[in-house]
Write a protein that binds this ligand. Structure first.
Ligand code: FAE
Length: 542
């Protein structure tokens, strides 16, 4: 694909999204695209179906579309491209409304309280909002809902893992090829960029990161800049007051109105622009079964943004790609196996799930170390202690964009952990339930504590106990990085082909066995690029 044609495709795709948003359409396609036909029996047929629109799904759709394969993407969330009554597509973290969360009556932000006061969460109307917090005993999981999946709500940190970590977790994948071909391809497709170090040193919005860097230095720890998909050039213009603010307006977990190259600004418009992709929004796939003549039949439910059922649909396809994320894909396959719809699925489905060792913590700095009243929502620096074989930790310096001075440093520590959970199917609810014991988070807490105890001791500072609820200094009961459940080379072959079922593929974070040591979306994207190239060549175009 030439550079020119890629940008033209992206332009066409963005126009298609804008049109769909303007007219409130739940079907998004470019011009003549017709991924799905509706034969006389009422069921829809599409040669290929991709479930979800997150990282793995978006890569898969782009490559299928570029190969000329008509493809239907089914996404349970909505398209986020239409301004609300306040003129913005997304709400801010400081005044969340119904757009913030997926069918909740009250927001459920990662920080529960401030100074033990219930001032962070708000009552909201149940609505198809952009962030979901999926509850399991001892471990909640944050995920994005909408066209673009997690890319809509995440911190944009785009980190290629250490080669040693990658080779360790996926020894069956050719690491040479990944680092030569697919990681660079993923970084280019995602639009990853680096902060200008000179600007970083002077920008008020990164004072919090510089303060945290100094505290780490005093304790003998180094830091590293973290690449991001947020346009740092745009952020500098925000800082200069030249453009509308987003990262500098407390926007992250409920979406960014500007500046961020989320998937609905990168891979997905490029996919739509091939003219072979259709995205159907507010449509949740509920079951998968085999069709007698080969291929798969999906049953899906379409809702309106307030949750009323619009239609139940049946969709047939020849090739089925699951990109519903670690939770979504695992649940679809577990349900299919346990209800007997796909009885020969591997016992490995639902196994080897992990939280990427996620632990949040916060420190109180001294009064002479203010962290700033305006903090960029996009982290740009991490304490890089990955080289320590005994206790490797990569701790992102996260913002606490309260809009007033807090003297707090907040961190997301990614610790190394071998703890894994698994999913069990509950026939009464039809849901996949995560089994994760509270003790399974404790090795990660111990790792994070070792690092931050040393920082506190060296600086004469203390933990904050007022932020995560239950007087906890370490948030060990939720995560942002769910990984695993349908692990590559175990539940699938080495390219994501689901064992036992031809033309059924997994393409998302469920392929990664529970840990990758850094924020995962670059790895998910690169792996999807690798796998779909092989699948198109060997299965689809053969
Ligand atoms: P994902 O992006 O989760 O997409 C799955 C999609 O499938 C979603 O749009 C779902 O709505 C949809 N879906 C699920 N079930 C169904 C169904 N049955 N029918 C139809 N649609 C369905 O999957 N990672 C980083 O690398 N850097 C960061 O800075 C970072 N920060 C994060 C911050 C937050 C608040 C969160 C929640 C996550 C963060 N992550 C970050 C994690 C990252 O977003 C996540 O690993 C990827 O989004 C996972 O990509 P997948 O393709 O697996």
């Amino acid at each position: 694909m030439s550079r020119l044609s890629l940008s033209r495709r992206r332009f066409l795709g963005l126009a298609a999204m804008r049109t769909a948003a303007t007219f409130g359409l739940t079907t998004i396609a470019c011009g003549s695209a017709r991924a799905a036909d509706r034969p006389a029996d009422g069921a829809t047929f599409s040669p290929a179906v991709v479930v979800g629109t997150g990282y793995g799904a978006a890569v898969t759709a782009l490559r299928l579309g570029a190969a000329g394969v008509p493809t239907l993407m089914l996404e349970m969330g909505q398209l986020w491209d239409k301004p609300g009554p306040d003129g913005n597509v997304f709400c801010t973290m400081l005044s969340p409304d119904q757009r913030s969360m997926w069918f909740r009556t009250r927001t459920e932000a990662p920080l529960a309280t401030f100074l033990w006061l219930d001032v962070i969460n708000r009552d909201i109307t149940p609505y198809a909002g952009v962030l979901d917090r999926v509850h399991f005993p001892n471990m909640d999981v944050y995920v994005g809902r909408g066209v673009g999946g997690g890319s809509l709500v995440n911190g944009g940190m785009a980190v290629t893992p250490l080669r040693s970590s990658f080779a360790d977790i996926l020894p069956g994948v050719d690491a040479d090829e990944m680092y030569r071909v697919y990681f660079p391809r993923a970084n280019a497709g995602l639009g990853v960029n680096d902060v200008d170090p000179a600007w970083f040193e002077t920008a008020d919005c990164y004072r919090y990161a510089r303060v945290a860097r100094e505290s780490a230095r005093v304790a003998g720890y180094g830091t590293a800049f973290v690449p991001n998909v947020y346009d740092f050039g745009y952020m500098a213009r925000e800082d200069a007051g030249l453009v509308p603010k987003s990262a500098l307006n407390s926007e992250v977990i409920y979406g960014n109105n500007h500046g961020k190259r989320s998937l609905d600004r990168s891979y997905l418009p490029a996919a739509l622009g091939t003219g072979h992709i259709t995205i159907q929004t507010l449509t949740e796939v509920r079951s998968i079964e085999r069709q007698s003549g080969g291929g798969y039949l999906l049953r899906a439910r379409q809702i309106d943004p307030y949750g009323s059922v619009v239609a139940d649909r049946e969709i047939g396809c020849r090739y089925l790609f699951l990109g519903a994320g670690s939770l979504g894909t695992t649940e679809l396959l577990l349900r299919a196996r346990e209800t007997g719809a796909l009885p020969d699925l591997s016992p490995e489905i639902g196994q080897r799930w992990g939280n990427n060792g996620n632990i949040m913590t916060a420190r109180a700095n001294h009064v002479w170390q203010p962290t700033g009243t305006v903090q960029s929502g996009m982290p740009a620096l991490g304490i890089d202690h990955r080289a320590d074989p005994a206790n490797p930790v990569f701790a992102e310096i996260a913002p606490l964009p309260a809009g007033f001075e807090t003297w707090v440093n907040l961190y997301l520590a990614i610790t190394r952990t071998v703890e894994r959970g698994n999913f069990a199917y509950n026939p009464a609810t039809g849901r996949a339930e995560l089994r994760w014991g509270p003790e399974q988070s404790q090795p990660s807490v111990a790792s994070a504590k070792a690092l931050f105890d040393r920082i506190n001791a060296a600086n004469g500072t203390v933990y904050r106990y007022d932020l995560f609820g239950h007087n906890k200094a370490f948030a060990d009961d939720f995560c942002y990085h769910p990984l695993g459940g349908v692990v590559l080379g175990r539940a699938t072959d080495g390219y994501g082909r689901v064992r036992g079922y031809p033309n059924l593929y997994v393409t998302d974070g469920s392929l990664i066995p529970g840990w990758v040591g850094v924020n995962p979306f670059v790895t998910i994207t690169a792996l999807a690029e690798r796998n779909i190239e092989r699948v198109i060549a060997e299965d689809v175009l053969r």
